[in-house]
Design a protein around this ligand. Structure first.
Ligand code: NAP
Length: 307
């Protein structure tokens, strides 16, 4: 089977996927670099373990109204694991059997693992962010001061991860106040001693601590002409900036951080780390995240990070 192709519900109805198939499922999905990342990691696993000889990772474009039917077919066709992306991460919660505790708090699943009766759901986005911050910016979430921008699905996973990891202080800003309140309601159910403060996106709090990390979880920056969601000039000099957006590679937010000589990174590390964690859940093996990163860079026409 061709792992470069984008498959549909019709393909799932009519085609046997031999071996051990995995897939990313979204709508739209054409842009996804996940098949390249995962197939590169599977090639590495195959070098030392013959268990992975027939594993392959595919891409499926499934509309929201077809998702429930598709999930039944994925199970029938013996797909061992699925990554879910926009717009399926929330809807899936009602269609699967087990949900991990952190995914339940986040209100979304991005990784499904097959068993005989159905799929169990996990969320590796929070883990991916946490590892990305450590690897790129040397920021462990524990005891960190975090300014989180946004209140959508990615922000929700980030906020829950901040709480579970024991952040010192969390500041959350969002354009739409109602959505910010929804996020706070979610966090109410997560145990932790962290303080949470909110702000309107265009007005950063005045009394920020000396150091911390800004995490952009808004989609502002996806278009090359988008402005930065905050004015980086208002941050104290000890702050670092992480943008979950990785394409474009340097958003206006990161340009501002760079101009002020603040350490910064884009969301490629988060993408790779959440993917590596998913593959570990399916394979129960240590996954080569460097191979995944290089494959993602290749798909995005960026130079490789590792020789
Ligand atoms: P989402 O649920 O649609 O949430 C979008 C967020 O962006 C909301 O907070 C929304 O605010 C805000 N927003 C949208 N347009 C805005 C604007 N013009 N000005 C200010 N705020 C605006 O999307 P999501 O799934 O959370 O994803 C958010 C971002 O994270 C996307 O760019 C996505 O690509 C990225 N992401 C990256 C990774 C990774 O692995 N690197 C993983 C997941 C997501 P309102 O509530 O006011 O609408």
């Amino acid at each position: 089977m061709n792992t470069e192709k984008t498959y549909t519900l019709r393909d799932l109805e009519t085609t046997e996927f031999s071996g051990t198939p995995l897939a990313v499922v979204g709508h739209p999905i054409q842009h996804s670099v996940s098949p390249a990342m995962h197939n590169a990691a599977l090639a590495k696993l195959r070098e030392t373990d013959s268990r992975f000889i027939d594993w392959a990772y595919y891409r499926f474009d499934i509309a929201p109204e077809d998702f429930a039917q598709a999930l039944v077919l994925f199970h029938k066709r013996c797909f061992l694991g699925l990554n879910l992306t926009i717009p399926h991460k929330v809807q899936a919660l009602d269609l699967i059997q087990g949900v991990s505790a952190d995914a339940k708090s986040m209100g979304a699943v991005n990784t499904l693992v097959r068993d005989e009766l159905g799929y169990d759901g996990f969320n590796t986005d929070g883990y991916g962010l946490s590892r990305g911050l450590e690897l790129d910016l040397d920021v462990p979430l524990k005891d960190a001061n975090v300014i989180l921008l946004g209140s959508g699905g990615a922000a929700r996973a980030a906020a829950v991860q901040c709480m579970l990891s024991g952040c010192a202080q969390l500041y959350v800003g969002n354009r739409t106040p109602e959505r910010l309140q929804d996020l706070l309601a979610v966090l109410d159910g997560v145990s932790g001693k962290m303080q949470i403060r909110t702000f309107a996106l265009h007005e950063l709090p005045q009394d920020l601590p000396e150091c911390g990390v800004v995490v952009n979880a808004t989609s502002l920056g996806l278009q090359p002409s988008d402005p930065a969601p905050i004015d980086v000039a208002q941050l104290p000099t000890g702050w670092k900036v992480y943008d979950m957006i990785y394409n474009p590679t340097k958003t206006a937010l990161l340009e501002q951080a760079s101009a002020r000589a603040l350490p910064f990174a884009n969301g490629l590390s988060m993408l790779v780390q959440q993917g590596a964690r998913s593959l570990e859940l399916w394979s129960h093996s240590k996954v080569d995240a460097h191979a995944m990163l290089n494959a993602a860079c290749h798909s995005l026409k960026l130079p490789p990070r590792y020789a």
